[in-house]
Ligand binder design. Structure first.
Ligand code: ADP
Ligand code: MG
Ligand code: ZN
Length: 628
């Protein structure tokens, strides 16, 4: 049933109520059958008595138990013609009957119509009955809707909200770019398909596999692919769905889930976001969360409860393995951990190939170049990127996706929606100087990534943007690269100050400063790149709210703390002086580039470098610059 009963009942109720009142008016209070004798004109009781005394009344019909009478009398005014009148009689007028008898006037009493009374009675009953039925329906329907108030009535019964997919239809071919993870899981498929191969030699089939990796790297997809390859049912539930409003629901859901799974073995149970339940017990401010801990205990018990070879394999996914309870990770539970990392350049190319299968790409588009331009993108980002490009293509009424759509889609995925360009004004000039400052400093530093493009078209929060392309997949970053990045990030503020003076600098550099301060601090405290020596002074810590216990943060004395601050400041100051010097020394090319940027809104990297090369020596640094 597609339509909603609730809406139906809600609308019929008022309609019935209104209808009921009309109906009462029409039937229940209708005078008994007077319509046949209907008299249009009325006569007062006194007048009636006068007529009676004057012997002009010929007949009287009494209605409603003697409260109304239709009187026939000769009308003096119109030549004694017989006329009919309606007369309301006083309640107590027994002498009237006597008088009528005296005068020998024919009179008749008409009984009250009995069915009228019945209808009246029924009418009075119908309304409450309708109301109660209506309310009953309302309540019953709403109790079937998830989250309705009726849920409170049957929380004990715990409807486990996991889904079972008989066949996921996802194959390993649909998962690309995460080869190591795939290889490890290939074995799980064999466990499910041919368990004898392992049990024959006495091997115990693993019960749990924990997929660890950032969001969007394809963990859910991978789990589905295992089920798809093995052709087994796939039960999926999200960790947060275990934990509910009522204590004990989580634990009973876990029981339910495993019971269903046992009935359907061999199968895969997939628990997404397991950190929602599997967090270290007893942690956090003020101790733990009883409900969550009970759920987790139940999960641990269930995992111990079935024999290793029942053919149920539990796959869980998380991006925070550090907060998981250690009992979950011990052998016999999630004893295999598979890391799913964001793809490298080769992986990105493969993922793009998977998702380009069902898209129409122009011949000019090279997936290779897209893969180069998208470091740090996960599988989900890449899928989204191609989809955005396809949407843009459709919007522009093109036949196939071209480079332009891909380019725009990358910008959009990375930096947000495109805004409308500023009109030419002082603040537009200032933003132009800021962006050219970033780009120029970045271009003239040997260790900086090459500029990909500079633009004044606002996107997301940013009024203007300078895009850099990382040269290669950078696993390790050197000290001079870090310093170059800090200097480049300061290029915007440096240009504002050099050109407009210290009084005119703007808040536009806020984001830059935040980023570079973080980098400078990490150079000192984590990477040992200052004169404090090769010491790790701060470890990356989970926040207390996310499930780790409160521990004292600083691992150093007050005096070291102030030396750290001093070192951070020294690094930033040195870089800032350097950035300002670069702008001052290249003032004329800066002005020319700003004029060009304001005129064209966007300058691409190649053109930018050519112009800079007319004025200064551009360091030889890039092996390739992705052409898009
Ligand atoms: P996770 O569970 O790790 O957050 P998902 O598995 O839900 O990520 O991925 C979301 C979508 O992104 C998938 O449906 C798929 O379209 C795409 N995707 C992610 N990773 C990959 C990959 N390695 N290969 C192909 N597609 C991927
Ligand atoms: Mg997922
Ligand atoms: Zn900036």
């Amino acid at each position: 049933m597609k339509f909603s009963w609730r809406v139906l009942v809600l609308w019929t109720l008022p309609a019935l109520v209104i209808g009921f009142f009309f109906w009462q008016g029409a039937f229940a209070s209708a005078p008994a059958d007077m319509s046949k004798n209907a008299a249009n004109t009325r006569m007062t009781y006194g007048r009636f008595l006068e007529y009676l005394n004057a012997d002009r009344v010929t007949s009287v019909d009494l209605y409603e138990g003697g409260r109304t009478a239709i009187v026939e009398a000769r009308d003096q005014d119109i030549e004694n013609r017989i006329q009919r009148w309606r007369v309301d009689l006083p309640v107590n007028a027994p002498e009237l009957i006597t008088k009528l008898k005296e005068k020998a006037i024919s009179f008749d009493a008409h009984p009250m119509r009995n069915d009228g009374a019945i209808w009246g009675l029924l009418g009075n009953l119908v309304f409450p009955v309708l109301l109660i039925t209506g309310l009953f329906f309302l309540f019953r329907r709403s109790s079937n809707l998830p989250g309705g108030p009726g849920q409170a009535m049957n929380f004990g019964k715990s409807k486990a909200r996991f889904q079972m997919e008989a066949k996921t239809g996802v194959k390993f071919d649909d998962v690309a770019g995460i080869e190591e993870a795939k290889e490890e899981l290939q074995e799980v498929v064999t466990f499910l398909k041919q368990p004898e191969r392992f049990t024959a030699v006495g091997a115990r089939i693993p019960k749990g596999v924990l997929l660890v990796g950032p969001p969007g790297t394809g963990k859910t997809l991978l789990a589905k692919a295992i089920a798809g390859e093995a052709g087994v049912p796939f039960f999926s539930i999200s960790g947060s769905e275990f934990v509910e409003m009522f204590v004990g629901v989580g634990a009973s859901r876990v029981r339910d889930l495993f019971k269903k799974a046992k009935d359907n073995a061999p199968c895969i149970i997939f628990i997404d976001e397991i950190d929602a339940v599997g967090r270290q017990r007893g942690a956090g401010i003020g101790g733990g969360n009883d409900e969550r801990e009970q759920t987790l205990n139940q999960l641990l018990t269930e995992m111990d409860g079935f024999e290793g070879n029942t053919g149920i394999i539990i796959i869980a996914a998380t991006n925070r393995p550090d907060v998981l309870d250690s009992a979950l990770l011990r052998p016999g539970r999630f004893d295999r951990q598979v890391t799913v990392d964001p793809p490298d350049i080769k992986g990105r190319l493969e993922i793009l190939q998977v998702h380009a299968r069902n898209k129409k790409l122009d011949n000019s588009v090279s997936l290779d170049a897209i893969a180069r331009r998208t470091p740090g993108f996960t599988g989900a980002d890449l899928a989204n990127l191609l989809n955005e490009a396809a949407i843009l293509t459709a919007r522009r009424r093109k036949e196939a996706i071209t480079l332009r759509e891909i380019d725009d889609a990358v910008d959009r995925v990375v930096a947000g929606m495109e805004g409308t360009p500023l009109v030419d004004s002082k603040s537009k000039r200032l933003i132009a100087y800021h962006e050219i400052g970033h780009a120029l400093v970045g271009t003239l530093l040997k260790d900086h990534d090459p500029v990909q493009k500079v633009t004044l078209i606002p996107r997301g929060q940013a009024q203007g943007l300078t895009w850099f392309t990382p040269n290669e997949e950078q696993g390790l970053i050197s000290r001079s690269q870090l310093k170059a990045r800090i200097t480049g990030a300061l290029g915007g503020r440096a240009a504002e100050e050099v050109i407009f003076g210290p009084a005119e600098v703007t808040t536009g550099a806020g984001g830059d400063l935040q980023q570079l301060s973080g980098m400078a601090r990490q150079m000192v405290t984590r990477f040992g790149m200052s004169n404090l020596g090769p010491l790790s002074l701060e470890s990356q810590q989970g926040e207390v709210f996310l499930g780790r216990d409160w521990t004292t943060r600083s691992e150093y004395s007050e005096s070291i703390a102030s030396r750290i601050d001093g070192q951070v400041r020294a690094i930033v100051e040195e870089c800032y002086e350097n950035a300002k010097k670069i702008i001052r020394d290249h003032r004329s090319v800066t002005d020319r580039l700003v004029d060009l940027l304001i005129e064209k809104e966007t300058i691409d990297g190649e053109e930018f470098r050519q112009i800079v090369a007319e004025y200064a020596e551009v360091p030889e640094k890039q092996q390739y610059v992705p052409q898009l």
